[in-house]
Design a protein around this ligand. Structure first.
Ligand SMILES: Cc1cc2nc3c(=O)[nH]c(=O)nc-3n(C[C@H](O)[C@H](O)[C@H](O)COP(=O)(O)OP(=O)(O)OC[C@H]3O[C@@H](n4cnc5c(N)ncnc54)[C@H](O)[C@@H]3O)c2cc1C
Length: 63
């Protein structure tokens, strides 16, 4: 899950390659590691986690 430099790769939705696993903040592979970017990551991830859990409900899987 980590790249050659040890950071966790995510897309812009904070999704890792593993479905349902998200990464935010300083552990992510990104250009700027500051409080503001970590908080922004958290906001994005929160919404995406919600959507992910809802998608599980759509398939009848209990979240
Ligand atoms: C010296 C220094 C000065 C900085 N100054 C600034 C600044 O002026 N302005 C700014 O915007 N940014 C600054 N930063 C960067 C900023 O602190 C980080 O970008 C920000 O804190 C990242 O937030 P985070 O939640 O990703 O990680 P963190 O704030 O590091 O939080 C990670 C948490 O996870 C905990 N943890 C680690 N391993 C485990 C584990 N196995 N189980 C459970 N918990 C675990 C840690 O104890 C920690 O509490 C500074 C960083 C440093 C090192």
């Amino acid at each position: 899950m980590t790249n050659e430099d040890g950071w966790i790769e995510t897309n812009g939705q904070m999704e890792t390659k593993v479905p349902g696993v998200f990464a935010i903040g300083d552990v992510r592979a990104k250009d700027l590691r500051q409080i503001t970017t970590a908080v922004g990551d958290g906001g994005v991830a929160g919404q995406q986690v919600f959507k992910y859990i809802e998608s599980l409900n759509d398939t009848g899987v209990k979240a």
